[in-house]
Design a protein around this ligand. Structure first.
Ligand SMILES: Cc1cc2nc3c(=O)[nH]c(=O)nc-3n(C[C@H](O)[C@H](O)[C@H](O)COP(=O)(O)O)c2cc1C
Length: 356
């Protein structure tokens, strides 16, 4: 039986163990999207993870949805990220960047260019963005034209090329949590009547096109995808989730890994496992009280044969040396939610390592 501490190779990505740091937005990049020395320190501290997936990183300016999130589309972004990947590699870790285009989630007050968000269709999300001027209702996004969809797919490919230049071991395309690819997948956010909307086969097309473009640029063995079946976060209502993922997953090329963020939907995790013959990472939440995911949940999902590796968010955020702690049976530091999004080193690089 696979142990959490067994090494693995997912395509060209080497994992020293099966404990993956889940992607987490921390809003500590420069306003222009460059990673900072503090970010390099944060990721270097967590290099004993089998693999780090970075915070969501915009592949283009219009893909930015939040304050002070990093980018991957200028030479300055590449240089700044290189300092991060160098530190992680020097500490023996592996790291992939998560490319996150926020689509309709965002607000003009959050970024220097004040752009209006884009989406598959002009459907306004319920809820509010947290801006420097306080909470503001989301605005109606502008529906992408077919030419803009093609350009957006190109942006992902160019960003993936930049990521490899920046020293990343690979790229994870974020198709979950209510961001742009997910907005194409879901029934409530995709009202298109062209080849990217309507039928389930049409709704999965954008994600498949992005994956294909990234694979064509950096190779299947460095490409990964994150999904979050049935996740309602960011005002999403997918419709028939089983139908969507039954169409998407078998049509994926043989990429390095697929990650599924489980939101109290174990049957959908089992469905994805049955449809996906490649490497699968599960961010396990079988029950409503399973947040944040625990070491026990990690072991359980691996032992059940549902996953080849397990991703953990809050536990890695608050426990930089998490694999050692899991080996030792704890103790674990609890994450401080007040310092999740933005700020300085506090609640970021000052979580303690185990003594000795
Ligand atoms: C502070 C914070 C930021 C997050 N940002 C992202 C993100 O940028 N991209 C993403 O795919 N998921 C993001 N997530 C979701 C996590 O990857 C993970 O799915 C979630 O925390 C649940 O896993 P856990 O119970 O192990 O923490 C974020 C979660 C947290 C706590």
């Amino acid at each position: 039986m696979t142990s959490l501490f067994d090494p693995a190779s997912f395509g060209k990505i080497a994992l020293s163990n099966r404990l993956v740091m889940a992607p987490m937005t921390r809003n500590r990049a420069k306003p222009t999207g460059e990673a900072t020395a503090l970010m390099a320190e944060y990721y270097a501290q967590r290099a004993s993870a089998g693999l780090i997936v970075t915070e969501g990183t915009q592949p283009s300016q219009v893909g930015q949805g939040f304050l002070d999130t990093p980018g991957m589309y200028t030479p300055e972004h590449v240089a700044a990220w290189h300092a991060v990947t160098d530190r992680v590699h020097a500490n023996g870790g592996s790291i992939v960047v998560q490319l996150m285009h926020a689509g309709r989630i965002g607000h003009p007050l959050l970024y220097a260019d004040g752009h209006r968000s884009v989406a598959p269709s002009a459907v306004t999300p319920a809820g509010q963005a947290f801006t420097p001027e306080g909470p503001k209702d989301y605005l109606e996004p502008r529906a992408l034209s077919l030419a803009e969809i093609a350009a957006t797919i190109e942006d992902y490919a160019a960003s993936a090329r930049a990521a490899v230049e920046a020293g990343f071991d690979g790229v994870q395309i974020h198709a979950g949590n209510g961001f742009l690819p997910h907005q194409f997948l879901a029934a409530n956010t995709n009202r298109r009547t062209d080849g990217y909307g309507g039928s389930v086969a049409n709704r999965v097309r954008f994600t498949l096109d992005v994956v294909e473009a990234v694979v064509g640029t950096i190779g299947n063995e460095r490409t990964a995808l994150r999904i979050s079946p049935a996740n309602p976060f960011n005002d999403m209502a997918e419709g028939d989730s089983a139908a969507i993922y039954s169409e998407l997953v078998p049509n994926l090329p043989n990429i390095a890994f697929l990650e599924t963020c489980e939101i109290v939907a174990r049957p959908l995790t089992a469905l994805v496992r049955s449809l996906w013959k490649g490497n699968l990472i599960v961010n396990p939440h079988a029950a409503p009280d399973a947040f944040p995911a625990s070491a026990a949940a990690a072991r359980e999902v691996l032992d059940a044969g549902l996953a080849d590796a397990v991703s953990l968010g809050a536990l890695f955020l608050a426990n930089p040396d998490l694999p050692s702690r899991i080996r030792a049976g704890g103790p674990y530091t609890a994450a401080d939610e007040a310092t999740f999004y933005g700020g300085d080193h506090r609640g970021y690089t000052d979580y303690p390592h185990l003594a000795g």
